[in-house]
Design a protein around this ligand. Structure first.
Ligand SMILES: Nc1ncnc2c1ncn2[C@@H]1O[C@H](COP(=O)(O)OP(=O)(O)OP(=O)(O)O)[C@@H](O)[C@H]1O
Length: 685
């Protein structure tokens, strides 16, 4: 250190001692933070290279995030926050519950939800750019994991999905194990994660698995939303210290930003910088080590033996309407305390240092735009996802096994009710109702897989947002992994019902019957995928899916014959878009064509052919063969899956934060500016 820096630090130490011992603070002390901050900036990494090392630096300036609400108008969640995060450092975002920590993380990561509006600049290495894949990873607040996988499998599959193909399998496996050990999960490596109805890992262990999944690629920028929730204090310390150590590992400097609720004093010491928020406003931004002094300078010293983070959060939590002791002046409300701190921070030299640093980083452009990493190619992703999905389906008894058992029971029911159906005149009607039951209700039962699919969708949503893979790979993998199970479900129960009933003999007829059953089940699953992409909850999804199918069954041309259907809605378009119509026609033609039945007594002709029965009783269109119907059904499977792909792609989170700024409309801005209850700080300044 230069001699000037040494004397600078000595001065600061003296000021610090005065504040800590409660001695009178001088006006020079008021600049304390500014100087601590400046010294930290000057002495920050003396080995910092002149040439950029492809590090990632993040700055944000005057960032506002608002949500519009019909009843309350525009509500600001973040109000003009400014800050920066440098490589190799751990920035902690702290504040009371609901103060906007997750929103700030989301804004910085470019993943704000679509009902929010954001203004202000968020720059990566001084450039407006989206965070390319491989640059950043985000550990969400909630643990969304595949319950049936073991810890080792979950992390290893993620490593295979994310790490580029040129990395050997052995290294991917090693990286997965290293990440698991780093999070202290070595003893639980082969334990299944568990979930709803199946006990597996504890909440804290799941939290650590979520972190493993994101650190396995060693991203340059790591966002963590409450990484220590559910962990005991020792585990919190170890987890945070390992996360902090990632900042300077393997000669690469990583930037880590974590929102955290209540760190212990030991954890607190791991933070380089601290961003303290209250109601979306910055109460403090700067070195974590100087925050105690900032509070003391403003009349809220941390009592000795108290954890500083507890003290900060207690002082700035206005949810419980508690008054704060303030020396001789008595008590003041928390709201006033917060306003004082916010105002004091904004006018402090410390805040100017932050603004100066942001401007400096942006001006220097610090480095080249952050480059993205490469990940596994599309084919590898499809294969890994298919394997993972198959393992999940085979272990989740509710996904297909229970359905197979239920289908077998129902098939026996069908086979006994229609046992040896024969070829009497009355068997025409019996065959018809048998086939309609198969096409309508056996396929309807495919809806039973929806809850498991919704769980898959949650994992998919997390992984897609984190850029692990795209919608196309997910859809292909889901299709491929479900095929063997759907084949089993259509083949075994189908054979039981078909042969017990005694439908038309011959392999061609039986296989066509199975093919229609299989395609219809696939179709219902595809329809439910589309529903899941639109409807937010599984209960709403089941109800919506069941309703759509009920309408299709009604309009399918059996319960009301095609020529008798009301033209509006029922015939056009429902009869033509209901898959049941093609399923009925395919199955009926497959069964009736080539058969002969005795006529009713008194009828001129002695027999009635299957073809005649189809036109006479069900007004079936005989112009096309049964294969046409099967092709239409297959086309519908593809169509629904493409619809799913299009909807999911269409609703992908835009990245307004980093790509550029989305502006509020003039009305919205005006509304925020004139609403003092929502925006006290703007009024103050
Ligand atoms: N997309 C949104 N739509 C509506 N309100 C939102 C949205 N995102 C955040 N909010 C609201 O903004 C406030 C801040 O939310 P945020 O999740 O950022 O808080 P937090 O500090 O992370 O809280 P916690 O510590 O409890 O997780 C909350 O009142 C929340 O309801």
């Amino acid at each position: 250190m230069h001699s000037t820096e040494i004397s600078h630090s000595m001065e600061i130490e003296a000021a610090s001692a005065r504040i800590k011992t409660g001695m009178d603070t001088t006006s020079a002390d008021r600049d304390y933070h500014c100087r601590v901050h400046e010294v930290e900036l000057q002495t920050h990494d003396p080995d910092e290279p002149k040439e950029p090392r492809n590090d990632v630096t993040l700055t944000w300036e005057d960032v506002w995030v608002m949500v519009s609400n019909k009843s309350k108008g525009v509500k600001p969640i973040l109000q003009g926050v400014t800050g920066y995060a440098r490589p190799g450092e751990l920035l902690a975002i702290m504040g009371p519950s609901g103060c906007g920590k997750s929103t700030l993380l989301d804004a910085l990561a470019g993943r704000l939800s679509s009902n929010t509006r954001q203004t202000g600049d968020i720059l990566v290495n001084g450039h407006k750019q989206a965070l390319a894949y491989g640059t950043s990873a985000y550990v969400m607040q909630d643990d969304v994991l595949i319950a049936t996988l073991t810890v080792r499998e979950a992390v290893y599959y993620t490593a295979q999905l994310q790490l580029p193909d040129y990395i050997p399998i052995s290294e991917k496996r090693e990286r997965a194990e290293t990440a698991i050990k780093e999070m202290g999960l070595q003893d639980a490596m082969d334990t299944r994660i568990g979930g709803w109805g199946t006990k597996g890992l504890s909440g804290g262990q799941k939290r650590r698995v979520s972190i493993c999944l994101e650190i396995v690629t060693r991203p340059k920028l790591l966002f963590l939303d409450e990484p220590t929730s559910g962990l005991d204090s020792a585990a919190s310390y170890y987890v945070m210290s390992r996360i902090a150590s990632l900042g300077q590992r393997d000669g690469i400097r990583r930037l880590i930003i974590a929102s955290i609720h209540q760190p212990s004093s030991e954890v607190f010491q791991l933070f380089h910088n601290l961003c303290l928020l209250s109601s979306g406003r910055t109460v403090y931004f700067g070195p974590a080590s100087a925050a105690t002094e900032f509070f003391a300078l403003n009349g809220y010293p941390c009592p000795s033996l108290q954890n500083p983070s507890d003290h900060f959060l207690k002082t700035i939590n206005k949810d419980f309407d508690v008054d704060i002791e303030q020396g001789a002046t008595g008590k003041i409300s928390t709201e006033e305390v917060i306003n004082t701190l916010v105002k004091s921070y904004r006018s402090s030299p410390n805040c100017k240092v932050v603004l100066g640093e942001v401007a400096k980083i942006n001006k220097q452009g610090h480095g080249a735009p952050a480059k993205g990493g490469s990940h596994a190619n599309f084919l590898t992703q499809c294969l890994v996802l298919t394997r993972r999905s198959s393992v999940n389906m085979s272990r989740d008894r509710g996904y297909y096994w229970l359905r197979l058992a239920v289908y077998i029971i129902v098939a026996f029911g069908l086979g006994t009710i229609y046992n040896n159906i024969g070829s009497t005149y009355s068997s025409i009607q019996a065959r018809g109702s048998f086939l309609v039951f198969v096409a309508s209700f056996l396929t309807f039962m495919a809806i039973g897989g929806f809850p498991s699919f919704v769980e898959d969708m949650k994992v998919f949503a997390r992984e897609r947002l984190n850029g692990h893979y795209g919608t196309g790979s997910f859809m292909i993998a889901n299709t491929l992994s479900s095929v063997p199970y759907l084949l089993l479900i259509s083949l075994i129960p189908g054979a039981i019902a078909y042969y017990l009933t005694g439908l038309q003999r011959g392999w061609e007829h039986f296989l066509f019957f199975v093919a229609v059953l299989f395609t219809c089940m696939m179709l219902v699953e595809s329809l439910m995928m589309t529903v899941a992409s639109i409807v937010p909850t599984f209960l709403m999804g089941i109800i919506t899916g069941a309703g759509i199918q009920a309408l299709m069954i009604l309009g399918g041309g059996f319960f009301r014959l095609p020529n008798d259907l009301p033209l509006v809605i029922w015939k056009y378009p429902l009869y033509y878009i209901a898959f049941h119509r093609y399923a009925y026609e395919g199955l009926f033609k497959n069964e009736f064509k080539g058969l002969k039945f005795p006529s009713q007594p008194g009828h001129k002709a002695s027999f009635i052919s299957g073809e005649e029965a189809l036109t006479k009783f069900w007004q079936m269109d005989m112009e096309y063969s049964k294969w046409f119907d099967l092709v239409v059904l297959i086309g519908m499977v593809i169509l629904y899956r493409v619809m799913f792909l299009a909807i999911v792609k269409g609703t992908e989170v835009v990245k307004p934060a980093i790509v550029g700024c989305t502006s509020l409309t003039p009305e919205q801005t005006k509304q925020v500016l004139v609403n003092p209850s929502d925006n006290t700080v703007l009024g103050d300044d």
